[in-house]
Design a protein around this ligand. Structure first.
Ligand SMILES: Cc1cc2nc3c(=O)[nH]c(=O)nc-3n(C[C@H](O)[C@H](O)[C@H](O)COP(=O)(O)OP(=O)(O)OC[C@H]3O[C@@H](n4cnc5c(N)ncnc54)[C@H](O)[C@@H]3O)c2cc1C
Ligand SMILES: NC(=O)c1ccc[n+]([C@@H]2O[C@H](COP(=O)([O-])OP(=O)(O)OC[C@H]3O[C@@H](n4cnc5c(N)ncnc54)[C@H](O)[C@@H]3O)[C@@H](O)[C@H]2O)c1
Length: 455
């Protein structure tokens, strides 16, 4: 049996822990069944956002008429787009491997538990007083064996389809449908209800639905009830909630219907590690599972499913394991963005959540048109919505829709992180007329509403 100070199962965000533990002189085993780096750089955030760049340029050309510029796209070299993305992905494993020092041993294979502190990989047994599970999630299985998930397009091998049908209404479905449609691949998005990005604030989701529907062919209230794959083509029967049926064909069919726990390969039945009703590993506030010395971080814990959340957790578990930190990590506000066109960024409570919690709040929605830079985009829909506590000026939620919302949101996040009081956003100095100046009238309106409430 090989002995280590630390065993890590899953080399996604937890690779960072292997790097820092190795640097701290710990003997580390890191086990990975696929490519090092995990979902984010290989088949998640990074390649999907590289694609968004192409969509952005294509959309700008298509919409140039808004600025009285008449232009057409002559050609989009789709082969090159995917070749470049695939090339980026092909270098990830080596890049991550080169970050580990001589104290880190990489085991390529599926790791599983023999007992609480013994792991088996490739017929070898390993043990350590500390074990970190960071095995992420996997896409929910498509309803047809020939259909893709996002994993099948990163890298995209073989023929690039001329048409694609995407099933789902969450982050992945919307980001990918936006990309495929923008670069000229005939795209249809199937949404089984009237809700798209249904976890966003209702007001923001409704603006999104209206604007996104102008760019992507979306069938709401519709499901593919019968799917056949023949002659390199899918033939589907689409049925809507009124019972109306029609035939639809496309070369590719991609399901983006959520992700699920990846724990089945871990053989947790050999341990005292417990899972919750959703199949994710249970943990305490220090990320320790029900087995002493075994920790779980990132998507494997099933809480946020975001790379920045996983990275934040890995950074903290590294403090717990390497620096004897005794503080738990409190996420009061976990932001996210949806990198579609229109782009959405969000942090904290949505208005529907605030209502459900029955808490006292004030909500204001302000457009961006006071900023000349925002005005120059000639887009009318961008807004910032603040949900605040009228008693103490705390920002409970902020939601934006508009270009670079994800960047704009960081200004709000900084205030929430340091001293959460919306008055800071009203009183701070803004560069005129930067896009982020659009936050000033939104903050002024929110503070005014609070003061009126307190009169
Ligand atoms: C298409 C897509 C786009 C995304 N875009 C964004 C985005 O824009 N922003 C954002 O914040 N998040 C995004 N995400 C989510 C983000 O990728 C994940 O939240 C993040 O990668 C989680 O990191 P992790 O380390 O917890 O898990 P992962 O990165 O999934 O790493 C887990 C690793 O464990 C390995 N593994 C699993 N079981 C075993 C085993 N038994 N033995 C050995 N190895 C094992 C897996 O092969 C994998 O490499 C996206 C995800 C997808 C799919
Ligand atoms: N920008 C980002 O931060 C980003 C981008 C992509 C993915 N992610 C992460 O990856 C996770 C997974 O993304 P996702 O989009 O697959 O999941 P999701 O959970 O966000 O959305 C899945 C959607 O599919 C719908 N759905 C489920 N079953 C269906 C069915 N049988 N037919 C039709 N629709 C069905 C659901 O109603 C839901 O709206 C997200 O939770 C997110 O955290 C983040």
């Amino acid at each position: 049996m090989k002995k280590f100070d630390l065993i890590i199962i899953g080399a996604g965000r937890a690779s960072n822990l292997a790097v820092s533990a190795g640097k701290a002189g710990k003997k580390v085993a890191i086990i990975e069944k696929s490519t090092l780096g995990g979902t984010c750089p290989n088949r998640g955030c990074v390649p999907s956002k590289l694609l968004i760049g192409y969509a952005h340029v294509a959309n700008a050309i298509k919409e140039s008429n808004r600025h009285f510029i008449n232009s057409t796209i002559n050609n989009i070299d789709i082969e090159k787009i995917f070749a470049e993305t695939n090339e980026y992905i092909s270098k990830i494993d080596g890049r991550y491997n080169s970050r580990f020092n001589e104290n880190v041993e990489v085991f390529k294979g599926t790791g599983f538990f023999v007992s609480d502190n013994i792991i088996k990989v490739n017929e070898q047994k390993l043990t350590a007083p500390k074990i970190v599970i960071a095995t992420g999630t996997k896409p929910k299985k498509p309803e047809h064996e020939k259909a893709w998930t996002s994993d099948d397009i990163f890298p995209l091998e073989g023929k690039i389809p001329k048409s694609i049908t995407i099933v789902g209404s969450g982050f992945i479905a919307c980001e990918l449908a936006g990309f495929f449609s923008a670069i000229g691949i005939e795209t249809k998005l199937l949404v089984r209800s009237q809700n798209i990005l249904g976890n966003e604030d209702d007001e923001i989701a409704s603006i999104f639905k209206k604007e996104f529907s102008k760019k992507v062919d979306i069938e709401f209230d519709t499901s593919a009830i019968d799917v056949e794959y023949k002659n390199e083509q899918f033939t589907m029967i689409l049925e809507n909630t009124n019972g109306q049926k029609k035939q639809h064909k496309s070369e590719a069919l991609l399901y983006a219907i959520g992700r699920e726990s990846n724990t089945s390969s871990l053989k947790l039945e050999n341990t005292s590690i417990e899972i919750n009703e959703r199949g994710y590993i249970k943990r305490d506030i220090f990320f320790e599972t029900t087995a002493k010395g075994v920790y779980v971080v990132g998507d494997a814990a099933g809480v946020y499913m975001l790379q920045h959340a996983a990275a934040y957790e890995v950074n903290h578990v590294s403090k717990i394991l390497l620096e004897e930190c005794e503080e738990p990590l409190h996420f009061k506000y976990m932001p996210h963005a949806v990198f579609t066109d229109p782009e959405i960024a969000s942090v904290g409570l949505t208005e529907q959540e605030a209502k459900k919690l029955n808490i006292e709040y004030i909500s204001t929605t302000t457009n961006w048109l006071a900023s000349a830079k925002a005005m120059s985009t000639k887009l009318k829909y961008p807004v910032t919505k603040f949900i605040v506590n009228p008693k103490n000026y705390e920002i409970l939620g902020c939601h934006m829709i508009g270009p670079e919302s994800s960047t704009m949101m960081h200004q709000v996040l900084a205030v929430m992180h340091i001293n959460n009081d919306i008055r800071h956003l009203k009183e701070m100095l803004y560069i005129h007329p930067a896009m982020s100046e659009a936050i000033l009238p939104a903050a002024v309106e929110s503070v005014r509403a609070i003061e009126k409430f307190r009169e």
